[in-house]
Design a protein around this ligand. Structure first.
Ligand code: IMP
Length: 434
């Protein structure tokens, strides 16, 4: 029995889908605990690509229990479409169980409308959200007016909450945003149909996870986004609206921190970012373009181009600290093949200060930061067929070992290609139990 959390160490898009899919092979229960369909986890199995936005990546394995935890915000329309698509393609095995926490909050059409209207009003200073209504849904949760799955399933409560919320949202949409109001009756009818479809999946998922742990099962907590998009510890305000760090797995799934055995931090061999916000190691030249093309750095959710840059270890070190990471899964190492020299950012400097351990909280200071680089010899050999770490070219090993040294934790998995098989596993996270 072991409980492992997987989180992104950068700004999301680290390749968590593939890694979670690999670890899910060994897990019995796979649970998501925060975020919603702002996430997009891309999986390639035997050359076939699947992009999941809400359902945990473990769904592609037989006999697993997949959980959408209470910390998530769920768009029922997207979830139902995802379930239907997986079933149509026969990749939702009949012995796989899916459960949704009755405490998870529901994304409503007015959340998406408010998200888009606000971004449009902000012009140049916009966050660059995915436009999926994530922030407004979490706002309603925090202001205690949000609609949870259990509310949606209870007709009387749903009617009452919906009509109160719509009164306020329509005032905001029409008076402040100068937009059209939403139609209460249409939303009621649409969401009643969703309630009927989702009722069979509703459960107390905290209890399910606890029962799993007590009966000796392996649990995998699948984080979405990355530590630097965390609402508390990320590059505020250019962040998402949930806690994306490992601690969030406990609150967002309903189990205590004493039950966790290890945390794997997913780190891409370079850095990317979608949306706005400072990016110290960003490459706006042909190297950045090369990484973008070879790494297919387009958002899985919005299709937006991801900004690309050198590996920033200040970001990763902060994530190791804040999330208590015990091992790193290094992804997309093959994308760096043929780029020479390579650089790793080991610190930031401004005219007044240097930062090696923390990302400055003050946005003005962060914007002024310039990278301090160490330079590494690149490699030209194809590494995608290698399955034993010792067989990697010496230049690759030097790059990885400096990363390990700076992070202060070992690399436990190295991904050398998009396919499930193109992976070097040096340590099984379910054996990382202290
Ligand atoms: P929101 O989560 O849609 O509110 O977007 C807030 C910020 O987080 C924006 O910069 C998004 O681009 C970013 N973001 C949200 N989800 C992801 C993700 O899964 N990968 C990368 N960036 C994300």
């Amino acid at each position: 029995m072991a409980a492992i959390i997987v989180v992104g160490t950068q700004w999301g898009d680290e390749g968590k889908g593939k890694i979670v899919d690999i670890y899910a092979g060994e897990a019995d229960i796979i649970a998501r605990f925060q975020g919603g369909n702002n996430a997009g986890h891309t999986l390639v199995v035997e050359g076939e690509q699947t992009i999941l936005h809400l359902i945990p990546s473990g769904i592609l394995h037989n006999g697993k229990t997949c959980i959408l935890g209470n910390g998530m915000v769920i768009n029922p329309k997207v979830l139902i479409r995802e379930i239907d698509e997986l079933q149509e393609r026969h990749i939702f095995p009949s012995d796989t169980k899916l459960f949704i926490s009755t405490n998870a909050h529901i994304i409503m059409p007015y959340h998406m409308r408010v998200d888009l209207a606000r971004e449009a009003r902000m012009g140049k200073s916009k966050i660059g959200t995915t436009g999926r209504g994530i922030g407004p849904a979490y706002e309603d949760k925090m202001s205690r007016v949000g609609i949870r799955l259990c509310d949606l399933l209870d007709d009387r409560i749903f009617r009452e909450k919906l009509s109160k919320n719509i009164e306020e949202k329509n005032f905001y949409l029409t008076e402040f945003c100068k937009e059209e109001p939403v139609d209460s009756d249409a939303i009621y009818t649409e969401y009643k149909a969703y309630a009927d479809r989702l009722r069979e999946y509703a459960a107390n998922t905290s209890l399910l996870i606890d029962e799993g742990l007590r009966s000796g099962k392996h649990i995998l907590f699948e984080g979405a986004q990355g530590c630097h998009l965390d609402i508390d510890h990320g590059t505020f305000p250019f962040v998402t609206s949930s806690n994306t760090v490992a601690g969030s797995a406990c609150c967002g799934s309903g189990i205590g921190p004493t039950r966790i055995d290890g945390v794997v931090g997913i780190c891409k061999a370079y850095t990317t970012r979608v949306g706005s916000g400072p990016f110290v190691t960003e490459l706006t030249d042909e190297i950045g373009e090369k990484i973008q093309n070879i790494g297919h750095e387009f958002g899985a959710t919005t299709g937006r181009k991801r900004r690309c840059g050198w590996l920033d270890m200040v970001l990763v070190k902060q994530s190791v600290r804040v999330s208590g990471i015990t091992g790193i899964a290094l992804t997309k190492l093959d994308v760096l093949t043929g780029i020479n020299p390579l650089k790793i950012c080991v610190g930031y400097t401004t005219d007044h200060e240097e930062f090696t351990e923390v990302v400055p909280s003050n946005l003005n200071v962060f914007e002024q930061c310039r990278p301090l680089y160490e330079q590494f010899e690149g490699w030209t050999e194809d590494i995608s067929h290698i399955r034993d770490f010792d067989e990697l070219p010496a230049a690759v090993k030097r790059y990885v070992s400096r990363l390990e040294e700076l992070a202060g934790v070992p690399v436990v998995l190295t991904s050398v290609g998009p396919d499930r098989d193109e992976t070097i596993i040096t340590q099984n996270p379910f054996d990382m139990k202290q």
